[in-house]
Write a protein that binds this ligand. Structure first.
Ligand SMILES: Nc1nc2c(ncn2[C@@H]2O[C@H](COP(=O)(O)OP(=O)(O)OP(=O)(O)O)[C@@H](O)[C@H]2O)c(=O)[nH]1
Ligand SMILES: [Mg+2]
Length: 336
């Protein structure tokens, strides 16, 4: 899972990236960030594992794109294309730019970039038709035309899940189809006073001060960090808020595995069945999947004991058709 941090020049992307990666990471354009998972702690107390591993999300800091108010550069648009999720930073601190204008500019740039890709493909399909070649898939053409009409109304593809999730369109990596988190990078003094747009499907908004969060990330002591947050009237660091929003935008849930060797959280597409979860761990587990031994999180929380859970019949054996739930603790039985 990869998220690209982008936006117009000087909007605070690097500042935010440093706030996310903390002072211990060497400055790099790319960093893996652990998804906070409070469920790992009680599991660790039960298993006393040698190792504790978190789901991680990769973040990329893209160097300045365009000016403060002009468009994103073609380079920036190309760089974000392979990413699963976008994080756009808006300048709401310098007074030199209007963040809502920046947001509109970004939306327009994504839509125009998609139209260019789409029109090229439609032209190719027309040419093939003239040559009477039956090379194209009519379903793909139909979806492209539908996408075109949406984009021409300046509406991003993410608003229509039939289009943003269509397998026929996946290969185009349309930018406006990607889930997006807008981070309104706000002046320290104005924090909490702004009104943000409402969340929409695959689109969320957060107000943070990248500078303050960077200072926060530089504090070593968790007690000091908490006091710093409380002074600001905040409950959670930007890191936690951004990561949980990214996770939700990507449509992911968490399942857990536990044992004496390792306790670990894993990401899974919401709605996925047990073999797909096994495949997140290793493709061999998916291929050789036999059964999943599942304990629901609430049952573990009540009992904190796998033996008792088994006696009570709460440790369930599930097959291929089982839809994994958020927080399930799973042991896979497989055959290689
Ligand atoms: N007061 C204040 N200054 C900020 C904040 N975020 C960033 N800055 C300052 O704004 C300037 C630009 O920040 P960067 O993080 O380098 O911006 P960027 O988006 O990475 O810039 P480019 O990569 O050049 O496009 C720096 O001097 C930061 O210190 C903020 O939240 N508050
Ligand atoms: Mg930068």
């Amino acid at each position: 899972m990869k998220t690209a941090i982008f936006g117009l020049a000087g909007s605070g992307k690097t500042e935010l990236f440093q706030a996310l990666t903390g002072p211990r990471t060497t400055l790099n354009e790319r960093a893996m960030i652990k998804v906070p998972e409070p469920k790992l702690e009680p599991l660790t107390r039960y298993f006393h594992p040698k190792k504790i591993s978190h789901t991680e999300i990769e973040y990329l800091d893209i160097r300045g794109g365009g000016g403060k108010s002009s468009s994103l550069s073609q380079r920036a648009l190309n760089e974000i294309r392979p990413y699963d999720c976008l994080l756009a930073v808006l300048d709401n601190f310098s007074g030199l730019a209007d963040p809502e204008d920046q947001r509109k500019t970004i939306e327009t740039d994504l839509v125009i970039a998609d139209l260019a890709v789409l029109e090229k493909r439609l032209e190719k399909i027309e040419q093939d038709k003239k040559k009477a070649k039956h090379l194209h898939d009519p379903q793909e053409e139909q979806l492209l035309l539908q996408a075109q009409s949406r984009l021409e109304q300046e509406s991003p593809l993410r608003r229509d899940s039939d289009l943003s999730l269509a397998p026929e369109l996946k290969g185009f990596c349309f930018l406006s189809a990607k889930p997006i988190l807008y981070v309104w990078n706000c002046d320290e003094q104005k924090l909490g006073t702004g009104v943000l747009p409402a969340a929409q499907s695959s689109e969320a908004h957060l107000e943070i001060s990248a500078s303050l969060e960077k200072e926060l990330a530089e504090l070593d002591d968790p007690g000091e960090q908490l006091a710093f947050l409380q002074d600001l009237g905040l409950q959670e660091s930007a890191l936690n808020r951004i990561i949980s929003k990214t996770y939700a935008l990507l449509g992911l849930i968490t399942f857990l595995t536990g044992g004496e060797k390792e306790v670990r959280s894993w990401p899974l597409r919401r709605g996925a069945k047990a073999p797909e979860a096994a495949g997140v761990i290793h493709s061999d587990l998916q291929k050789g999947f036999i059964r999943a031994e599942v304990l629901a999180w609430s049952d573990f929380e009540n009992l904190r004991d796998f033996k008792k859970a088994k006696e009570k019949g709460l440790l369930r054996l599930e097959g291929r058709e089982y839809t994994v739930k958020d927080g399930d603790i799973i042991t896979f039985r497989f055959n290689v």
